[in-house]
Design a protein around this ligand. Structure first.
Ligand code: TRP
Length: 329
């Protein structure tokens, strides 16, 4: 069974794009692999959250992932900062990570531009912390999006470098977990592009019905087709794409026919889509609320996750220390 590790950003609530993009696959994946899912709260310190924000976001993210079906009895679900072996491995990896390669990393160059007044060492060494996250469990696979491929490549570099330096075959080379064609891209409803937090066009699983209706009714449309059976312009196609994953096939068919016969009324289509999204997110919304209110349960989940994760992490650190030459007298 493959060992899979995935870090979850501790900032930001889950939106429909996250759900259909990765999360649905995580829920499936947990039964087919030995999965370690963790909330990357150490990484979030690079942007200096307040203590309240830090804790609040970790809690929210944990509740949302549980609400979506990550099963703490099946996968190992934990908070990064509960595992002291991760920063220890990070320190050790930093000794063999070179300034030049860290500075060349695209995400670091982006950060220099975006937070020029806070270019801290944590940003520079973000890739070694991420590598530590991954190889602490000797992972084989990491489900990553395009934006994380370079970090995964650097993880392989650090893992291989360790193996070479100490002449061991200790760390496996982690590769990207490929979901293949199952990956559904959810568009935004503001005309073009994908749904995303930074795009400001996201519909969150934790949005209440009123917010969802408002967001959907604001979706960009046009004055409608003037000839039958025309291809759909991007903003319109985006509405249909979302409808295709959310609504019943009858509904999809109905509006598709209306479009093709030039009788479509986008107001009606948006109303229907909004109601279907509300119906879809409602169970998530309810579960998120009830999990958030159950601190005892969250505490139990985090504790169980930390215990399982540390079992694997302490084993790795013990062996790594031995390989490096830290020995007891
Ligand atoms: N950098 C990842 C992101 O921004 C989060 C992350 C941290 C991660 N550590 C990881 C992802 C380890 C996979 C494996 O999304």
């Amino acid at each position: 069974m493959d060992i899979v590790v995935s870090g979850i950003r501790s900032t930001g609530k889950l939106h429909l794009g996250n759900y259909f993009g990765a999360l649905k696959n995580f829920v499936k994946m947990q039964h087919e692999n030995k999965c370690y899912f963790f909330i990357a709260d150490y990484h979030s310190l690079t942007t200096h959250p307040t203590p309240e924000n830090l804790h609040g976001s970790v809690k929210q993210v944990l509740a949302e992932y549980l609400a979506c079906g990550l099963d703490p009895e099946v996968a190992t679900l934990y908070v990064q900062s509960d595992i002291p072996e991760i920063p220890e491995l990070y320190l050790l990896l930093n000794m063999n990570a070179y300034l030049g390669e860290l500075e060349r990393c695209t995400s670091f160059k982006d950060k220099i531009r975006n937070q020029a007044n806070n270019v801290n060492a944590g940003l520079l060494t973000y890739p070694t912390l991420m590598a530590a996250d991954i190889i602490i469990h000797k992972a084989h696979k990491v489900p990553v999006g395009k934006d994380q491929e370079q970090h995964l490549e650097m993880t392989r570099t650090f893992a291989n470098r360790f193996n070479r330096l100490y002449n061991v075959e200790y760390f496996p080379e982690p590769v990207a977990y490929n979901f293949g064609e199952q990956l559904v891209k959810i568009p935004g409803l503001d005309g073009s592009g994908k749904m995303g937090k930074s795009e400001g066009n996201a519909i969150y699983l934790s949005d209440d019905p009123k917010t969802i209706r408002k967001k959907v009714m604001k979706a960009v449309t046009d004055s409608g087709p003037t000839e039958p059976n025309q291809p759909k312009p991007e903003p319109i196609q985006n509405l249909f794409t979302l409808m295709n994953v959310i609504s019943s096939s009858d509904t999809q068919q109905y509006f598709n026919d209306k479009y093709n016969s030039c009788e479509i009324r986008y107001g009606d289509m948006k109303k229907q889509l909004a109601e279907d999204i509300v119906a879809f997110t409602e169970p998530f919304y309810t579960r998120i609320e009830s999990i958030l209110a159950d601190t005892n349960y969250l505490r139990k989940v985090a504790k169980m996750g930390a215990e399982k994760a540390r079992e694997s992490a302490t084993r790795t650190i013990k062996e790594v220390r031995e390989i490096i030459g830290f020995r007891q007298f």
